[in-house]
Design a protein around this ligand. Structure first.
Ligand code: NAP
Length: 472
């Protein structure tokens, strides 16, 4: 079988398993998710060092990420056990003529079908083979076809073998979990085009995501594309915060910018600071704290190259003043970068609104709350916005919270945006380009809702209703 034929075969196998998997009980799928979590933890001793060899992210971070991934799988299992996948809304029949009179309507949810899942490079466990997209799709009752990320091929294979072993032990059809690889654009394109695929989940670059979204939209029958494409995560430092402390928050922020060498979709890339002496103190404390950080090597040469090009473009922009020297391209590890730009120049230059993935950020100096709002409006879509210093209610504070909520999936009033808790209230998405589907989340238990489609059952017979939302 050729490589491309094997992709089609994986999608076909997933399609063949989709009906029975959709009709499986929530309890059975919860058992699958719990067994996957157990197997992942049992493989820790070999998986974590392998992940470190392939990504350089370090044993402590990767061990923690494995814990998060197992926690996430068990969290979705618990959601299933609470009935989250099979929620039913029932409107009894009302006698009489419409609009008041009506038949009995029972709204249930059915799984979309096989999900093509593009593993991310930057979270080899939590956003990869058994990460949140896979866990939420399986929880919903959708088979998955995972496209491995070429930045950690061995780990992807080992994790996939583990998943297939668990599925086999529990006697699930093999189509429930399928795995494809091949570091080529054609692999992803063929997967998205495969007739059996019903939805796509993607985390990665703007360019890759847009290309694949286009493929999904051009199919004879277009399918939903859940893409998380990139984010600048503006953080606004307000005078109220600066009046209290500059050094502590600057040190916290420097650490967040360099965490994982800046390879986080929630890394703060735009720091909005008031003009004036208090703002100056904060900016120099931030530059100093960044100098003290030591980022590690980046995930791939491609990602490193993109960071170097992004920082060069910033540094060469006539409106950007470099506060730290751009990193040497031939150094093994990237140095942190910080540039400064006036608000008007930032707003006017669309190229400065794009994500630069890595340990760098732009400080935007603003003269008023309104200018900070203009900066947010120029960015337009972000996974997060952080507001430091809006503890006291007032017109300006309300306007900032409103502007932040309009462009972000998550608004923080304390702390830093890196670190995304897995919980029911979490929202990891946001207006484009943060997400291609701004009402959806790719982290937290609501992620399962992406893969469930409502169906209204009208005057359904008793045996259908007795299934209590479990699809036939
Ligand atoms: P990527 O280049 O977007 O790759 C992600 C996946 O999409 C890979 O499986 C890749 O396939 C596939 N792909 C990329 N372009 C494609 C295209 N035109 N057609 C079909 N498939 C395509 O992401 P990456 O390798 O992880 O990192 C590159 C950049 O992505 C980073 O510099 C950063 O800007 C961004 N990124 C963002 C996030 C985020 O959370 N938003 C996370 C990671 C990376 P192959 O590699 O197998 O060809």
């Amino acid at each position: 079988m050729s490589h491309l034929e094997s992709i089609e075969a994986a999608a076909l196998a997933a399609g063949a398993a989709a009906g029975d998997f959709a009709a499986s009980s929530a309890a059975a799928r919860a058992r699958l998710l719990r067994a996957l979590a157990d197997a992942l933890e049992a493989g820790r001793e070999s998986l974590v060092p392998l992940a470190d060899r392939e990504t350089g992210l370090g044993l402590p971070r990767l061990g923690g990420e494995l814990d998060r991934t197992a926690f996430q799988l068990r969290g979705f299992a618990a959601q299933l056990e609470r009935g989250a996948a099979h929620r039913v809304e029932d409107d009894p029949a009302v006698a009489g003529a419409p609009p008041a009179g009506r038949p009995r309507l029972t709204r249930v949810r059915v799984p979309l079908g096989p999900v093509a899942m593009f593993a991310a490079s930057n979270f080899p466990f939590a956003f990869s083979v058994l990460g949140g997209d896979t866990a939420s799709a399986l929880a919903a009752g959708c088979p998955v076809v995972v496209k491995a990320h070429p930045a950690h091929p061995m780990l992807s294979r080992r994790t996939a073998e583990l998943a297939q072993r668990v599925a086999l032990q529990q006697a699930w059809p093999e189509g429930v979990f399928q795995f494809v690889e091949g570091a080529s654009i054609e692999t992803g394109v063929r997967l998205v085009q495969a007739p059996g695929i019903a939805a796509v989940a993607f985390t990665g670059s703007f360019r890759g995501g847009m290309a694949l979204a286009d493929v999904a939209a051009r199919r004879p029958r277009p399918i939903p594309f859940f893409g998380e494409l990139g984010s600048t995560n503006p953080l606004i430092v307000l005078p109220a915060l600066l009046a209290r402390d500059a050094e502590g928050p600057a040190a916290t922020l420097a650490q967040s910018i360099c965490q994982g060498s800046g390879q986080f979709c929630t890394s703060p890339g735009v720091i909005v600071v008031p003009v004036g002496s208090e703002g100056d103190v904060f900016v120099s404390a931030l530059a100093k704290a960044l100098c003290a950080q030591s980022p590690h090597r980046m995930l791939t040469e491609g990602i490193r190259g993109a960071f170097d090009r992004g920082v060069s473009a910033w540094a060469e922009s006539p409106s950007v003043h470099a506060l730290l020297a751009p990193p040497h391209r031939d150094a093994a590890v990237p140095g942190p970068f910080l540039g400064e730009v006036a608000a008007n120049d930032f707003v006017a230059d669309g190229s400065l609104h794009e994500e630069v993935f890595g340990p760098g950020a732009l400080v935007v100096r603003v003269g008023s709350h309104n200018q900070a709002i203009e900066v947010l409006q120029a960015i337009g879509g972000s996974l997060t916005v952080t507001l430091w210093g809006v503890e006291v209610e007032g017109e300006a504070a309300r306007a900032l919270v409103r502007a932040a909520s309009r462009i972000a999936g998550r608004v923080l009033f304390a702390g830093v945006p890196t670190g995304v808790a897995v919980t029911g209230a979490q929202q990891h998405g946001g207006p484009f380009p943060a997400s291609t589907q701004p009402w959806s989340t790719s982290v937290g238990y609501a992620a399962m809702d992406r893969f469930l489609r409502p169906v209204a059952l009208q005057d359904a017979p008793a045996w259908v209703l007795a299934r209590q939302g479990v699809p036939c």
